[in-house]
Write a new protein. Structure first.
Length: 257
């Protein structure tokens, strides 16, 4: 049995709350989605029916602009409706779709809060038609690494210990293997890096919350953190041109059903 790392009820609550604020980070989400969907240009195959899994209102419009019929699904019903078309509340760990429902699945930044990622990928493959294509982006090791380091160092200095505050991420080298394990053909996982700069470092935490990316680890510390923790950790982030720097390292995954 796979270990339970994430509190899925907390993930849903964070997504419900973020449905009102997600447009605040729309530029970053759209940038990632465009980088992922650009991979459609590498194939001559044309797609007619797509599943937008957790696209937070940015993936479905991009697909519809290409003439593709889209169903948007999200753990949060409110977030699914942000896509503006046919929407359904669905748990990535227990997908409700029948076999051969879609010829394209796009999961942009939506699979990293799933406890059984191989199982979710298997379910997606089963919902796809023969020769269907999966496009998925997943944060990998090194994402928010600057924040992880400064939080750990600051918390040790303040309390003598470390509480789990940032999600664990897979390594890039494992991502293609996950696709292969789930039965996808020609699996590929390329790395894309985004460097985000903040004149006001506290804005990073506000944006994570706005995107529904608050801490949902099952073993997260429920106690109120020391008042000095986040200001001190954020002030210690590396700087570029006077602005705090954090990095998103993303595996851009493609696989054929």
């Amino acid at each position: 049995m796979d270990p339970v790392i994430f509190d899925r009820q907390a993930v849903r609550r964070h997504r419900d709350r973020a449905a009102r604020t997600v447009t605040r980070v729309g530029d970053v989400l759209r940038d990632v989605a465009e980088r992922l969907i650009d991979r459609l240009d590498d194939t001559t195959r044309r797609f007619s029916q797509a599943l937008d899994l957790g696209g937070r209102g940015v993936v479905a419009p991009l697909l519809r602009a290409s003439g593709i019929e889209v169903v948007s699904a999200d753990l949060s019903a409110a977030m699914a409706q942000a896509s503006g078309g046919l929407a359904i509340a669905a748990d990535e760990e227990f997908l409700p779709f029948g076999p051969a429902s879609f010829d394209l699945v796009v999961a942009s930044l939506s699979l990293h809060w799933v406890n059984d990622l191989p199982g979710a990928l298997i379910q997606l493959r089963q919902a796809m038609r023969p020769e269907g294509l999966l496009l998925a982006s997943v944060p990998v090791l090194g994402t928010l690494g600057e924040l992880r380091q400064t939080l750990a160092e600051t918390e040790v200095a303040l309390t003598g210990g470390i509480a789990p505050r940032i999600s664990p991420f897979p390594e890039l080298r494992d991502c293609a293997g996950l696709l292969q394990r789930a039965g996808f053909k020609l699996p590929v996982a390329d790395l894309e890096e985004l460097r985000l700069l903040y004149a006001e470092p506290l804005e990073l935490l506000h944006e994570l919350r706005a995107a529904g990316e608050s801490n949902a680890l099952l073993e997260r510390d429920r106690r109120v953190p020391p008042r000095e923790l986040f200001p001190a950790a954020l002030s210690a982030l590396p700087q570029q041109d006077g602005r705090a720097v954090v990095t998103l390292r993303l595996a851009m995954m493609t696989g054929w059903a």
